[in-house]
Ligand binder design. Structure first.
Ligand code: FEO
Ligand code: CA
Ligand code: CA
Length: 639
């Protein structure tokens, strides 16, 4: 998320820094590769693409990346390399395909809340592809992180109503669509037995040590075991047993807090009026003055079985509470699941959870409680490039009743406060995590942190070495032993920023194409590291970003450090979410909030002020969408 709708007046150094922050399927835009080819053609066919079955083979070490990089731009279009096509698809408002309930999207945003509950949500983010028939048909499960209510409703936030709140809640959450490669065009299968929307109103179960805790109980749920909804779903993860993990990031933005928040509320960034969503005006549970425990029921990692549309999503409290960016799962040689998580906020922490039990064969049915039992750790990056995982368990390391932690439920609900006591390292907005499939090194993006080193803020340290860090970097570590190791050694993979920039703190050490504010991060099976960027809409024009332009996606070779720009998104978008089919011949990339206003929600009277993507039509609402990328010669993506 790249948007902050309000001034950054927070003085609590640990509160969330910000909410940061096409046409119908029959009129898709096909974008031809190369800057010379960005002129788009409506209704153009995709080039024929050979689809091969089976797993990708590991490329020759010398040719891990083979495409010709694209230039940085500020144009309002999406660019991919020569020899590639990119098609905008799976857009906000398209019906997901529930049988008998497939309302078409209306270009004037006059769809009802009930319609939106059956359509893809807004602001696509993390996603995963679950094969049903290899690389020809599968489920695409994606997060809808937040809404721009200036675009979501026909007349924006004017005449605010219960219907608008319901529609806004319905545009959040998760979308499950069945997609199929039909002779070179990926289409949503409609109807589909799998099609589903999970929204901020869907019943969700609570499990793990914090379920039933007194701080989780509300008038509507006195047992503290059932929540309505998941929201602020940023990045994601998936498990070896076939489930999807969706992660609640800027949930604090949706609550009307107290004028004088408690210390607990302040630590979590809860404040009066939240960040202007105004849900509480018609959904009382979002007013913590009336329901003080409701916020404690958000900030969790939520497990979803995508294969069963009747299944109840489960908030796994054993993994701790945070403004969760995502949750990425590794498996030890002994079969334990290790879940890496980062909290995207200035000066917050990196965590890992190690399951007590081993992953069993048999899918979700055999692993239903695997994420309920285990040990949580938080990372400390020492200045000598060593690091350690500090256990976040009640009764250990000062997490005792005297310090405000009477039990493990307390520890998990107050994970931030626990991290403070444990002396965890305050990071520069840690976001996505990716694990090198060849050597097990773990990479994490540190997007930026403009408050690093400011008055009364934490100083620079070895892991977060830049004062006023506008550019960010990518850190990596190698565990001692297996993924459940107690210590690690770390280094920086790359410092982002233009080496030619006049400000020394901004000069990166990138070998190749320049970028700033790395956010999304994904290793494909061959070992290519894909990097996606989220430079804040409001700092796009600052001097630091002058030569960098729109947000983008790049491919890096971890062995050589070379970074090559693969895609540039349209104006004021964020590029976030990437996955390929198993044969590596189709890539899905999410474009979030094209044309986002740098200062406010979009103006419904002039919705295409900054961007017309993907329709290209003046006056049309820009739409978040999934971009389907293929090689014209049918080859693997990245070659
Ligand atoms: Fe939702 Fe941290 O990006
Ligand atoms: Ca982001
Ligand atoms: Ca992100």
């Amino acid at each position: 998320m790249s948007k902050d709708f309000s001034a950054m007046e927070d003085s609590n150094p640990s509160s969330n820094p910000s909410i940061h922050e096409v046409s119908s399927p029959t009129r898709r835009r096909v974008l031809q590769g190369g800057l010379g080819g960005v002129v788009t053609s409506l209704l153009a066919p995709l080039s024929s693409v050979a689809v091969l079955s089976g797993c990708a083979t590991v490329g020759s070490p010398d040719k891990l990346i083979g495409f010709k990089s694209v230039p940085a731009t500020r144009i309002d279009d999406l660019i991919v390399p020569e020899g590639y096509t990119a098609t905008a698809a799976f857009m906000w408002g398209e019906p997901v395909g529930v049988a008998g309930a497939m309302p078409e999207w209306k270009a004037d945003a006059s769809n009802s809340a009930a319609d939106q509950e059956l359509q893809l949500g807004m602001h696509h983010d993390g996603m995963n592809y679950f094969p049903l028939d290899g690389s020809k048909r599968g489920l695409l499960v994606m997060n809808h992180e937040y809404t721009d209510d200036g675009l979501l409703h026909k007349d924006g936030m004017q005449a605010w109503s219960a219907e608008k709140v319901r529609k806004s809640m319905a545009a959040h959450g998760v979308g499950v669509i069945e997609i199929e490669d039909r002779n070179g065009s990926w289409d949503i299968v409609r109807p589909s037995q799998y099609a589903r929307r999970i929204t901020a109103a869907t019943p969700v179960a609570l499990s793990g040590p914090a379920a039933g805790h007194p701080m989780m109980c509300t008038a509507a749920d006195p047992a503290g075991i059932a929540v309505l909804g998941t929201m602020a779903n940023c990045a994601h993860g998936h498990t070896p047993w076939g489930t999807y993990l969706t992660c609640e990031e800027n949930w604090a933005s949706y609550f009307n807090g107290r004028a004088k928040p408690t210390a607990h509320e302040a630590r979590w960034g809860l404040r009066k009026e939240g960040r202007g969503y105004r849900w509480h005006e018609h959904e009382e549970r979002f007013d913590l003055n009336k329901h003080e425990n409701e916020p404690n029921r958000f900030g969790w990692v939520v497990e979803i079985d995508p294969m069963d549309p009747t299944s109840t999503p489960i908030k796994r409290t054993a993994l701790g509470r945070a403004a969760h960016e995502g949750a990425w799962v590794a498996q030890t040689k002994a079969g334990r699941a290790v879940v890496y998580m980062a909290e995207d906020a200035q000066f917050e922490y990196i965590y890992k959870f190690v399951s007590r039990d081993r992953v069993k064969p048999g899918g979700f049915a055999a692993n239903k409680e695997l994420l309920d039992h285990g040990t949580l750790f938080v990372a400390k990056f020492n200045n000598d490039n060593s690091g350690e995982w500090i256990e976040v368990s009640h009764g250990k390391n000062g997490l005792t009743a005297e310090n405000g932690f009477a039990n493990q439920g307390d520890v998990l609900i107050k994970s931030r406060q626990a991290g403070d006591i444990l002396g965890a390292t305050k990071m520069d907005r840690p976001e996505w995590i990716a694990i090198d499939p060849h050597n097990g090194e773990v990479y994490c993006t540190l997007t930026n942190n403009t408050r690093r080193g400011a008055d009364k803020q934490p100083a620079a340290d070895a892991a977060n070495p830049r004062v006023n860090n506008t550019m960010g970097n990518i850190i990596k570590w190698k565990e001692a032993g297996d993924f459940d190791g107690a210590s690690f050694t770390w280094s920086h993979f790359v410092m982002a920023g233009d080496p030619a920039n006049q400000r020394a703190q901004t000069q990166g050490n990138i070998k190749g194409d320049i970028f700033g504010s790395p956010d999304g991060l994904w290793f494909d099976d061959r070992g290519i590291l894909w990097i996606q960027t989220d430079a804040h809409s409001t700092n796009m024009h600052k001097d630091d970003y002058a030569g960098i332009g729109n947000n983008m996606m790049l491919a890096a070779d971890p062995r050589t450090g070379e970074v090559r720009r693969f895609l540039v998104g349209p104006v004021n978008c964020e590029v976030t979410g990437v996955v390929c089919t198993p044969d590596m011949r189709t890539m899905f990339v999410n474009i979030q909030h094209p044309g986002e206003s740098p200062t406010d929600r979009s103006d419904p009277a002039d919705p295409s002020k900054y961007s017309t993507w993907p329709s290209g039509q003046k006056g049309a609402r820009p739409r978040s969408a999934t971009v389907v990328i293929r090689k014209k010669d049918g080859g693997m993506i990245g070659t």
